[in-house]
Design a protein around this ligand. Sequence first.
Ligand code: S3P
Length: 171
Amino acid sequence: MMKRVYLIGYMGSGKTTLGKAFAQAAHLQFIDLDWYIEERMHKSIKDLFAERGEEGFRQVERNMLHEAGEFENVVIAAGGGTPCFFDNIDYMNRTGETVFLNASFEALFRRLKVAKSKRPLLSGKTDEELKEVIRNGLAERMAFYGKAKHWFPSDYLESREQISESVEQLK
Ligand code: S3P
């Protein structure tokens, strides 16, 4: 049977980490939507935001989601904002299995503190500002993330062992 899995969730929730490991274990292709966009557009996400603004980026992201959604037997790690614009979440629910990676505020803050530079919505923020962005972002986005068909706890992705355990559970 054809399989198409979309991983959704906030920045830092482990979509790429878990997606890669899961795809390998389940013998599926892996597409990270951010990377796919960067390759197709020959531009970094940062430059796309700078040149087109967030609105322009969201349009590109939507189009690329529809391209990536043509692939079969694939795990697609969406961007953190992907399900929250246009009818993207409905599109994903219609064309595959959606899994929301549910990470706690604390885990997100800890991870994003050291991984904010490539993310235009976070770069240059102080710790306090970062907390505020995460708090507000989660509050706004839960309505979209919550529409996923499956929820998966993703606080425990700190070691190889934890990642393989999560992959086993996800299977
Ligand atoms: C975004 C998340 C990013 C990337 C862009 C915007 C968001 O993806 O698409 O920086 O709005 O949450 P990751 O969740 O892979 O960091």
